[in-house]
Design a protein around this ligand. Structure first.
Ligand SMILES: Cc1ncc(COP(=O)(O)O)c(C=O)c1O
Length: 399
């Protein structure tokens, strides 16, 4: 009997579309092409100097060349408990914090620990591309709940309730959202949290964009608003977006002690501790102030307005104003099926190819987020790149 070389469980995993787009754009750039990349969700700022200095100092200390406990250095777990109370009002102990290799690893750990074969996870769409893969890998089944402009891409309690089955284990909640930039108002966060407690549904709440909200939109942490969720919720977070530290790979999960113990056991056999030096950098980040993120927020806010207004001006393109994070999520329904540079893209997947080939602009097609017809454009890139990139799109679509 011919055996599969790659296990079907792993073979079913799709390449991360966002990283793929970024890689293709970077490969073209390496060939000398002038490509504008709206693909990666990565601030264009360097990590603040006091954080880098903490890492440099740690590099010179032989103690920092060693393993740390698998769950992370105690000072960092403690500092994250303190920071969480400061930033979201959610009171937790250091023992409830597990330091992971980026927020992505926290997503994986959480689903591995919570899900059994066939367990359903309510997943509002458009969703971040990693969630369904992590759910499926853990044996779970994502139950996709579509949302659109009519609710500004926010899921409703009625929708959640209608999707409930005896197999429903958890809800994945993210606000501010990647990819839509939606921010749930306080009353909706509270209502969803109360619904989850009443129905016995776990909430996995991704708070990685907590500091990036604009205008009068505010971040609210669900377990802080609904304290009864403490025993059935997991908070995911990390330093990547707040401190421009995508490459350092430090994230964390916060949950009930049994969940954190189980996830620590899992991690002790997979990756062990996060790089010691990176943990020291993260310690400097979370125990310092929020001045650097305030500066970045000002720049992102400016870019948000520019990208939103430029995209909205393109005939056939619609764009809800992003309320948080650093993504615009325009709809291209009025563009698909039209002739563009001698081609006729029918899907955003095809449109993204045409834009890269003909205008040298990289965007991530909505198919990657369970939302065909849309695309994600990160505005964490520079002001000039935004102006140049959207002008190129507008010109190409104008014919
Ligand atoms: C919603 C969301 N959660 C988690 C992450 C994970 O970030 P990292 O693994 O870089 O910490 C990202 C990164 O794009 C994200 O957008």
């Amino acid at each position: 009997m011919q055996r599969e070389r790659i296990s079907p469980r792993i073979a079913a995993i799709q390449e991360s579309a966002t990283l793929a787009v970024d890689a293709k754009a970077k490969a073209l750039q390496a060939l000398g092409e002038n490509v504008i990349g709206f693909g990666a969700g990565e601030p264009d700022f360097p990590t603040p100097p006091h954080i880098v200095e903490a890492a440099v100092e740690a590099c010179g200390d032989p103690k920092m060349h060693k393993y740390t406990p698998a769950a992370g250095i105690p000072e960092l777990r403690e500092a994250i408990a303190v920071k969480t109370a400061r930033d979201s009002g959610y009171q937790v102990e250091a023992a409830q914090v597990l330091i992971t290799n980026g927020g992505k690893h926290a997503v994986y750990n959480t689903f591995e620990v919570l899900l059994d074969r066939g367990d359903e996870v309510l997943l509002p769409a458009p969703y971040w591309t990693t969630y369904p893969e992590a759910i499926a890998l853990a044996g779970g089944a994502p139950v996709v709940l579509p949302t659109d402009e009519t609710t500004e891409f926010r899921v409703t309690v009625d929708q959640l309730d209608a999707a409930l089955t005896p197999r429903t284990k958890a809800l994945l909640f993210v606000s501010p959202s990647n990819p839509t930039g939606a921010v749930y108002p306080r009353a909706e966060v509270e209502a969803i949290g109360r619904w989850a407690v009443e129905r016995g549904v776990w909430v996995i709440t991704d708070e990685i964009y907590e500091h990036l909200t604009y205008d009068n939109h505010e971040f609210h942490s669900m377990p802080a608003l609904v304290p009864n969720l403490a025993d059935t919720s997991v908070v995911l977070n990390g330093v990547a977006k707040t401190y421009a530290m995508t490459g350092w790979r430090v994230g964390w999960m916060i949950g009930p002690l049994d969940v954190i113990r189980a996830a620590t056991n899992l991690q002790s056999h997979s990756t062990s501790n996060v790089a010691n030096v990176s943990q020291r950098a993260a310690l400097a980040a979370v125990s310092g102030g929020l001045e650097a993120v305030a500066e970045m927020r000002t720049a992102f806010d400016r870019r948000r307005k520019v990208i939103h207004s430029m995209l909205s001006d393109i005939p056939g393109v619609t764009c809800v104003e992003p309320q948080g994070a650093f993504y615009a999520f325009p709809g291209f329904h009025g563009v698909l099926g039209r002739e563009i540079a001698g081609r006729r893209p029918e899907t955003t997947l095809e449109l993204a190819e045409v834009l890269l080939d003909e205008a040298r602009v990289a965007i991530v097609p909505g198919e990657a987020f369970g939302a065909p017809g849309y695309a994600r454009l990160s505005f964490a890139c520079g002001d000039d790149a935004i102006a140049d990139g959207i002008t190129r799109i507008a010109k190409l679509l104008a014919g």
